[in-house]
Design a protein around this ligand. Structure first.
Ligand code: NAG
Length: 494
């Protein structure tokens, strides 16, 4: 271990990172509390009396009344769920992925959360209550609420919205296996988290039952929601990577939840379709599948193909690996192409921590070639480096989490945060009435505590501009994996 540590130090010195800026001084507990609180700021629907982020109010309580296709329903109850990011659309595909990651965070690291565990379970429940509504009619799955074109054309508080709240669904004739299977994964993972830590076993069973029927629908009617809903889901959450990964991911979560051979056979028969071993995020579940299945089958020879691919993932991410395919800024932040870079730093760190647990159990190291042997210590160290960077150990000395540390983003691209709250300004601000608040150089009036933004550019620079949404917008899928990572480091601070 001493040797590896000095090797890492050498790499860090080569990268120009001093030991001081590497941190080991962050308050991970505070960051954990805030990372969960963020989800309250994204809540849609009628807020409960326990709402702690009180500048947000009830919104979108007619969701489900305006249907894109009214051949099958008059209206449905689709109140609730989360706004995706700095806009007010409910995109169920990434929302489901964020829910799966919140649930996985609790399953792996809930035991380290202390009093935050209940808040994390509430954050999951806010999503699953909504997904039960979105999947309430057999043969249909609601994929999205809100016309993104109308929404993006306005800068409005969710409480004031008058843009089309169009509800879009997939069906047997217009399938959407990616969104349906990801919702099945979210329901199955949430059922495990709740079974493990909450007293509401009946609710957990209800989630699992629904996960099974939604998965069956996703698998039986195969296709991408691109085809029927293209103009509304693309380019926002277009399914670029195909839906095969979501089907196997859904089956893997159902296997973990049920242990039924049916799902294991399904995974074995379909894993050849999952080839992007180095990808993990709202669109590609590939690396997550390999890590999850490896961990399910520790020391079982059947795990071999999954473990080999999870090892390849690690070797594609570690900076000292000859096979590295991601980039790092001089300050040490992981970079991949595509917007909202911080999503990669948090999701990859999460997988690294989970896989480090696997390496410990299996008592192994990964041989990346060129003399690079990756141990569980090294994987945790990389995850910690990413988290410390996010919390302020970086060349700007800037925290990328709103409300954490002395210096953090003040002009995030977020409608509710940047417009005055209903308490401060009770009268309506209409579509274009928000423009002055969008354009001002003033800081946002409402702190969206815990929100982590897209982050700096690859030169470790950050301009803190509302218009620069690639860098200044928070999303649910940046925060969701971070919840688990922070819980781990809260209880393993050094
Ligand atoms: C969805 O549409 C995008 C953009 O047109 C395309 O690149 C992608 O391959 C499509 N995905 C599927 C699964 O058809």
């Amino acid at each position: 271990m001493g040797l590896e540590k000095s090797f890492v130090m050498v790499v860090c010195i080569l990268l120009g990172i001093s030991e001081r800026s590497m941190g080991w001084k962050h308050n991970y507990g505070e960051a954990l509390s805030k990372s969960i609180l963020f989800f309250e700021g994204q809540r849609s629907g009628k807020l409960p009396p326990t709402q702690r982020m009180t500048w947000r109010k009830d919104s979108a309580f007619d969701d489900g009344f305006q249907l894109y296709d009214d051949r099958f329903f008059d209206k449905v109850d689709l109140v609730g769920g989360y706004y995706d990011a700095g806009d007010n659309v409910k995109f169920n595909f990434p929302m489901a992925f964020s829910t799966t990651m919140l649930a996985w965070s609790v399953i792996e690291f809930g035991k380290f959360m202390g009093p935050e565990l209940n808040n994390a379970l509430d954050a999951i429940g806010w999503a699953t209550d909504y997904f039960l509504k979105a999947t309430n009619t057999p043969g249909f799955v609601f994929a999205q609420v809100g016309d993104p074109h109308g929404d993006h054309n306005c800068w409005e508080r969710p409480e004031d919205m008058d843009t089309p709240r169009t509800a879009f669904f997939v069906s047997a004739e217009n399938p959407g296996s990616e969104v349906s299977a990801e919702i099945a994964a979210a329901l199955a993972a949430s059922s495990i988290a709740l079974r493990k830590f909450s007293r509401n076993i009946a609710y957990s069973e209800r989630l699992l039952h629904r996960a099974k029927t939604v998965f069956e629908f996703a698998d039986k009617y195969r296709g991408s929601y691109n085809d029927s809903l293209g103009p509304y889901v693309c380019p926002f959450y277009c399914n670029y990577g195909g839906y095969q990964d979501e089907l196997v991911w859904g089956a893997a979560w159902l296997l973990k939840a049920t242990k039924l051979p049916y799902y294991w056979n399904y995974i074995k028969q379909n894993i050849h379709n999952v080839k992007n071993f180095g990808e993990f995020g709202w669109d590609s579940k590939d690396a997550g599948i390999n890590v999850l299945v490896s961990k399910l089958l520790v020391n079982n020879p059947a795990a071999k193909p999954f473990t080999l691919n999870a090892d390849k993932f690690v070797c594609a991410v570690l900076p000292e690996s000859p096979l590295v395919s991601v980039k790092y800024s001089r300050g040490g932040l992981l970079f991949k192409t595509s917007g909202s870079n911080m999503q990669h730093a948090t999701a990859y760190s999460f997988l690294f921590l989970v896989y480090a647990g696997y390496l410990n159990k299996a008592n192994k190291k990964i041989d990346c070639g060129g003399g690079v042997l990756a141990s569980s210590w090294r994987l945790k160290n990389l995850a910690r480096r990413q988290v410390d960077y996010i919390l302020g150990s970086n060349p700007l000395g800037m925290s990328y989490m709103v409300g954490y540390g002395q210096k953090f983003p003040k002009r995030i691209h977020h409608r509710a945060s940047s417009l005055p709250s209903i308490d401060q300004h009770p009268s309506k601000i209409d579509c274009k009435g928000g423009s002055t608040y969008y354009e001002t150089q003033n800081p946002n009036p409402n702190l969206l505590l815990g929100a982590v933004v897209g982050g700096p550019n690859i030169n470790d620079e950050y301009v803190d501009s509302r218009a620069d949404f690639v860098h200044s917008e928070p999303t649910t899928y940046i925060n969701a994996p971070l919840v688990g990572v922070l819980a781990y480091f809260k209880s393993h601070p050094s």
